[in-house]
Design a protein around this ligand. Structure first.
Ligand SMILES: *Cc1c(COP(=O)(O)O)cnc(C)c1O
Length: 369
């Protein structure tokens, strides 16, 4: 039996081992570990890549979102409109500030926030819209930005899964007031530990975030604000700078892997990812959907194929958010997605033989039913 894992980071490391090891040793030799020149040089690369004025390295994707919300003045009692079908950090960061996540259902074809449902969720307490570019495909930003302009709201993009994704030719994370990235090891651009970044074209917000990331102090030991310890490490930055050179190539390979799945899974009774024509998808995940999801996952697992459910419980139904008062059935598309979606193995180094093995076993499963 073949084994196909959902992600194999060891293959990637093997392909860049010498460069990575050298970069890490260089940081150790410098004995400059937190912020500093390695971080600045990485920030500069990402700012250029995303075509934004400011890129600010921070401690994680979660802290990127937290700092973005703090910089926009989101506070106790404010409402922030977001999607319930995302990683916990999106809504967790809102709630940690005492603000209220207001969940709007998703578009079942892309799994991104349904922009047609945003306006009815706006009221006097609404401060911001926080769309997520799920699985590496941008939410419908033109509509979101137009709504935000009309109602005077801030737009913070959760681009944790979308570095390099394009919306009408523009980079994910560069479209709203602030964009948030994650360099968690499994992300398309992953470090060897936690890391994140905030992107913005707004000089004032950038300055504020830089202060907030060092406990709200400027100059050092003088605190005008209550910030956090939100700094990015030099070792992560040096590793990410090496990996960044390969990002476009890796994204292209992911698109090819996705196209191969599309070609060979089309015509089967499962729903395949839909790419909006104005989007360039980077396929952080390749997600299919079927009402027989659990049985399919079990069967694939028995054949050595690892698949993952992102996400098994919609955020509005999480126990920690009980106080928000949602109940089952409130956001049916998100709930259905959490019951029916399954992420297939995808990473730049996956072989065609491995993909064929996955495809054959999906076909086996379907023909047996
Ligand atoms: C990974 C992720 C985050 C959080 O990033 P961390 O670096 O793990 O803190 C936030 N939002 C989404 C959608 C993510 O996928």
């Amino acid at each position: 039996m073949m084994k196909v894992s959902s992600l194999d980071l060891k293959r990637q490391y093997e392909s860049i081992r010498e460069e990575i090891n050298k970069a890490v040793l260089e940081v150790i030799a410098s004995q400059s570990f937190v912020l500093g020149p390695f971080v600045e040089s990485f920030e500069y690369k990402i700012a250029n890549f995303c075509c934004v004025k400011h890129a600010i390295g921070v401690s994680s994707g979660t802290d990127a979102i937290l700092l973005a919300l703090m910089a926009c003045g989101v506070k106790n009692g404010d409402e922030v409109i977001t999607t319930p079908f995302t990683f916990f950090a999106t809504a967790g960061s809102i709630a940690r500030l005492g603000a209220i996540p207001v969940f709007v259902d998703i578009d079942p074809s892309t799994y991104n926030i349904d922009v047609g449902k945003i306006v009815p969720a706006i009221n006097k307490k609404t401060k911001a819209i926080l769309p997520v570019h799920l699985y590496g495909q941008c939410a419908d930003m033109d509509v979101i930005l137009e709504i935000a302009r009309k109602y005077g709201l801030v737009v913070i993009e959760d681009a944790a899964q979308a570095i390099g994704a394009l919306y009408k030719g523009k980079h994910a994370g560069s479209l709203g007031d602030i964009g948030c990235f994650s360099f968690y090891p499994t992300k398309n651009l992953g470090g060897y530990g936690d890391g994140g970044l905030v992107a913005t074209n707004n000089d004032k917000l950038a300055e504020f975030i830089k202060i907030l990331r060092v406990h709200g102090s400027k100059p050092k030991y003088y605190h005008s604000y209550i910030g956090i310890n939100g700094r990015l490490d030099a070792i992560q930055s040096a590793i990410l700078s090496v990996k960044f050179k390969y990002l476009d190539g890796w994204s292209e390979k992911r698109r090819r892997v996705a196209a191969y799945y599309n070609e060979h899974l089309s015509g089967l009774p499962i729903r395949l990812p839909k790419i909006e024509s104005h989007n360039t998808h980077i396929f952080h995940q390749y997600v299919i959907a079927t009402p027989n999801r659990d049985a399919l996952m079990k069967y694939l697992g028995s054949q050595g194929i690892e698949t993952i459910i992102y996400y098994p419980l919609s955020l509005h139904l999480q126990r920690c958010f009980e106080y928000l008062g949602y109940k089952e059935g409130d956001l049916p598309e998100s709930e259905r997605a959490s019951n029916e979606t399954l992420a297939l193995p995808i990473f730049p180094e996956i072989t065609q033989k491995e993909q064929d093995y996955v495809i054959d076993h999906i076909k086996n499963f379907i023909s047996k039913r």
